[in-house]
Design a protein around this ligand. Sequence first.
Ligand SMILES: Cc1cc2nc3c(=O)[nH]c(=O)nc-3n(C[C@H](O)[C@H](O)[C@H](O)COP(=O)(O)O)c2cc1C
Length: 375
Amino acid sequence: MPSSFSSPVLYRAVFSTVFKRMDPEAAHHAVVAGLQIAAAVGADRLLERLTRPQESLRTEALGRSWPSPFGLAAGFDKGGVAVLPLAALGFGHIEVGTVTAHAQPGNAAPRLFRLVEDQALINRMGFNNDGASAVRSRLERTRRRIDRLRASGRHAPVVGVNIGKTKVTPLDEATEDYLISTRALAPVADYLVVNVSSPNTPGLRQLQDIEALRPLLEAVRRQADESTSEHVPLLVKIAPDLADDDVDAVADLVTELGLDGIIATNTTISRKGLLTSAEEVESKGAGGLSGPVLAGRSKEILVRLRERLPQSAAIISVGGVVSAEDVAERLDLGADLVQGYSAFIYQGPFWVRRINAGLVRIRKGTRLRRGTRRG
Ligand SMILES: Cc1cc2nc3c(=O)[nH]c(=O)nc-3n(C[C@H](O)[C@H](O)[C@H](O)COP(=O)(O)O)c2cc1C
């Protein structure tokens, strides 16, 4: 592939002349629409040929086979409208959602902000999504197409579904809300994620308290088993703002309930460690912060979880991943899979391709070094 085509320099030029001037949410919709159009005219096939992860990146985790250990974190495709076009960029998996039982508009705009100096984002989207039943229908169609892709040997992503609580549902009725989503979405998910860590739904993060989390996870596990004939892996997604003891408590609960793993982490409510002026940061208002500033805490939690969890429990590491080196480091620290979101906005559509190619290079280098040492 010509290097200019996937060049980060080219995207940076497009970013600073076009996207940076656009409202971030409008830019997001433009990118999704562009990907959908590319798919509609068949350009996704060409893309796929250029970006398909090398076979050596194939990863076994959670009882599934993943084309690459690297995937797209929840929040980019909340409604499952662009799963295949996104996968055509080289993601090994796409996590759809957060989906709630009932459709909802989310918070008032503006609700997504860039902190360019930090390559970070602040969002208070508030789970804007079409609701479980609409997303289920969409994913049924997507799954049929994925089955056909797999049968013809083409790149076929793993599709996770991340579920959360509808805003108007009171916290003490949260379980039933999650169960509506589980019934609808477990049958179309390769793995299911209970999101209790978004800062943008009032009270949601209280569900991370063990007394609230235990009955919720038990009920979702039971419902997922009743709704599907095959075991659907169930993971819980946690916040980077949890204290270490609380991280341990969630790990112990996951072990006790025999759940499949943990996704760490969601966005943070902290504003520490940013280069952007405090004044500018404050002007954006409330919301979850994501990007490189999250990497330190995300890695600390990963290491802590890996020490605490049995090997049978998977960890998906997310938060501040930018480069192939970052992905390799997370894998070395014990992650089974890795995700990213914010860097996708800053690095552009060929970011994933660069990550996959970089991973192949890093692994070759490691093997060569090992071989030299042995020799
Ligand atoms: C605009 C935006 C929307 C997000 N929406 C969700 C969401 O709906 N559900 C969720 O679990 N995480 C959501 N996230 C969090 C990401 O999945 C991820 O955990 C977080 O951004 C850290 O990764 P990053 O530093 O690579 O962006 C969102 C993040 C962003 C930036």
